[in-house]
Design a protein around this ligand. Structure first.
Ligand code: BES
Ligand code: ZN
Length: 637
């Protein structure tokens, strides 16, 4: 389904003419109709004219919480007759729009900002004179920009302010006016002026090893990327090299722990290359963000952004780094053309992550990871709406944020597992390598993958699996009966121990859990939901110090149990956790669990009010929904 065309309330007085050039040969109706384009989450008419290069010139104003400056966009015209350029914007102050002539001189262009459409923002329509291939837009972002978080001195460990972006899925438009759809790819360059005591890094080439004495930084991204991979961060940062082409950035307090935790990074890159071909982005660095970072990780090219909560001290949460690195192939190199195809990014990446983990830590570890994924997925699939249980999902009238559920991740992964089971690992690896080569630096839809798989897998190795079966994976709700479940024996011992402990057959201190991995703990604790009482919480805590664990995955489940059993020491830790950490995967369900109880909801609201100013806009929105505080779920009409 498509959106209805949006009619701009447009009279000539609404057009802000900025110079000599006036629109020619364009009928009023042509300028008036701006509907969402081929991608339902963007206004861009990229089949007609597309951005080929973005050149950013921005000043970072930490005090005003604004990026101020201009962007120059080089255009590629697919339809030479097309006379307008429609860009996505949200909460941007557009000051001026100019055309750049071939000789470098400017001409004023006519432009108009359309009506706001909730999370989609406002289309910026620019009248393009014939033959003009570059525009310049002077603009500023607003303090409330959804894709940026601004932290003040009190909110960081360095005591210096910090700013970072999160552009996926459609928030690049809150800090750069552009065609904000993964279907469009462009190269970019950037010149960023920051306060002298702060460092600027970007998901691009040119990241500094030291502070620039002038506060001026220059970046270059020669590989074409989609807008959701545009990334910037500014703060007091230090750099430590890990391997010849890898390293880590973090605030001074975190840098040593980070460098130690991520010391296998270069090895992971080698494994990735051995599996699916060369790493094509030059360097790969990690940036550790303040704990308010709303995700575990974000695969910004050349510089993945990470939550500090995965620094457990023992490398036990590195699957997340493997995941973000894997996106350098699945996602960043071959990209979903729209958010309905998200499984092409995330499903392949979870599969790829598993292969890296297996190569690093062996089959047993991989098997436990797979079992945890499977169990989680089975639960989600059982309760999700029919339309949300599908790999390829119609999201046209929904917020693309809603694409990010377990289904594209884990069902996507088990689809690839199934292909591996049917065609054999060797054939599948060969196929995947060829797939990444064939579509490198392209954005494709699920149907393009399907066609390619039919030709290069199903027809090449007949009688292993049918296309009808693949279609069931892609287009039918839920998991097919013929899906291949991971080895169920992974946690048998843990299950036995849990049962004996719950039945009082063994005491807490004799639970043989001292050498359990995080995965065994996750499985053990998940199985205690609804089973354990307060006394049980006390004895387990006595034996294993779970309230004080440094492992955030274990802590998260323990805190869920604390809410369920009203276990006071755990609730105290929960309060501290919610005040410190803004990682949505944890904060949202914890607030939701509290909100379900009579005693917990008012307490949670009170904590939220104290925590709110330190949360990212995304975490604020999700927490408010979890607490039933917001009625502002904005639906585009
Ligand atoms: N691309 C996602 C991050 C993301 C998620 C951005 C949702 C926008 C909306 C990233 O690759 C990711 O999946 N991160 C996961 C970790 C992963 C190991 C499942 C996360 O942040 O928890
Ligand atoms: Zn991912």
């Amino acid at each position: 389904m498509r959106f209805k065309p949006l009619t701009l309330l447009l009279a000539t007085t609404f057009l802000v003419a900025c110079g000599t050039q006036t629109p020619t040969a364009l009928t009023p109706t042509e300028t008036m109709k701006v509907s969402v384009g081929t991608d339902p989450h963007s206004f861009a008419e990229y089949e007609k004219v597309a951005i080929a290069h973005v050149d950013l010139h921005l000043d970072v104003d930490m005090g005003k919480r604004q990026l101020v400056g201009h962007v120059r966009l080089d255009l590629e015209r697919h339809d030479p007759e097309w006379k307008r350029l429609v860009l996505d914007t949200r909460d941007l102050d557009i000051q001026d729009v100019m055309g750049v002539r071939e000789d470098g001189t400017f001409i004023g262009l006519s432009w108009v900002l359309g009506q706001s459409r909730g999370h989609l923002g406002q289309p910026l329509t620019i009248i393009l004179p014939m033959g003009l291939d570059e525009v310049r837009i002077d603009y500023a972002s607003r303090p409330e920009a959804f894709g940026l978080q601004w932290l003040n001195e009190q909110q960081t460990s360095s005591g210096k302010p910090f700013m970072f972006s999160q552009s996926q899925p459609h928030y690049a438009r809150t800090w750069v006016p552009l065609q904000d759809t993964p279907a469009v790819r462009y190269t970019f360059s950037a010149t960023i002026q920051a306060p002298e005591e702060l460092m600027v890094v970007m998901g691009a080439g040119g990241n500094p090893e030291r502070l620039s004495p002038t506060g001026l930084y220059q970046f270059d991204m020669p590989q074409p990327i989609p807008s959701y991979l545009m990334a910037i961060a500014v703060g007091e940062l230090e750099f430590v090299a890990i391997g010849p082409r890898s390293g880590v950035y973090a605030e001074p307090d975190w840098i040593d722990r980070a460098a130690q935790e991520f010391d296998v990074l270069e090895e992971m890159m080698d494994i990735g290359e051995a599996l699916y071909g060369p790493y094509r982005w030059g360097r790969y660095d990690l940036l550790v963000l303040p704990p308010s970072f709303p995700f575990g990780g974000m695969e910004n090219p050349r510089l993945s952004f990470l939550t500090p909560t995965i620094i457990a001290g023992d490398g036990s949460l590195l699957a997340l780094v493997a995941h973000e690195l894997a996106h350098s192939w699945s996602g960043n190199l071959v990209t979903n053309a729209a958010w309905r195809d998200l499984w092409l990014n995330e499903g392949f990446t979870v599969y790829f992550e598993a292969r890296i983990m297996e190569a690093l830590y062996g089959e047993r570890v991989e098997n436990m990871l797979a079992k945890l994924d499977w169990d989680g997925l089975v639960e989600v699939v059982a309760s999700a709406d029919e339309q949300d249980r599908q790999l390829v999902r119609d999201l046209s009238d929904r917020d693309p944020e809603e694409a990010f559920m377990r289904v594209p991740y884990d069902m996507g992964r088990f689809f690839i597992d199934w292909l591996e089971d049917r065609f054999g690992r060797e054939a599948l690896d060969q196929f995947l390598r060829a797939y990444f080569d064939a579509f490198a630096f392209q954005s494709i839809d699920s149907e393009t993958f399907r066609e390619y798989a039919i030709e290069h897998l199903f027809e090449r190795y007949p009688n292993r699996a049918t296309v009808a079966q693949m279609d069931e994976w892609l287009y039918e709700p839920g998991m097919p009966d013929f899906a291949v479940a991971p080895n169920s024996s992974a946690f048998e011992e843990v299950d036995d121990i849990r049962e004996q402990w719950l039945g009082g057959e063994i005491a807490s201190d004799s639970v043989v859990a001292r050498d359990w991995s995080v995965y065994e703990w996750q499985h053990f604790l998940t199985g205690l939901m609804g089973q354990i009482d307060q006394a049980g919480m006390f004895t387990l805590d006595d034996a294993f110090g779970l309230t004080q664990t440094q492992n955030v995955e274990i802590l998260y489940l323990w805190l869920q149990l604390a809410v369920e059993t009203e276990y006071a020491p755990g609730l105290e830790r929960l309060e501290q956790f919610l005040l410190e950490v803004g990682r949505n995967k944890f904060t949202r369900p914890l607030y939701a669990a509290l909100a379900e109880t009579q005693w917990g909801r008012p307490w949670a609201i009170e904590i939220y009010q104290r925590a709110k100013s330190g949360y990212h806009p995304l975490t604020q929105q999700a927490s408010e929904r979890a607490l039933g505080l917001s009625s502002d779920i904005i639906e585009p009409q």
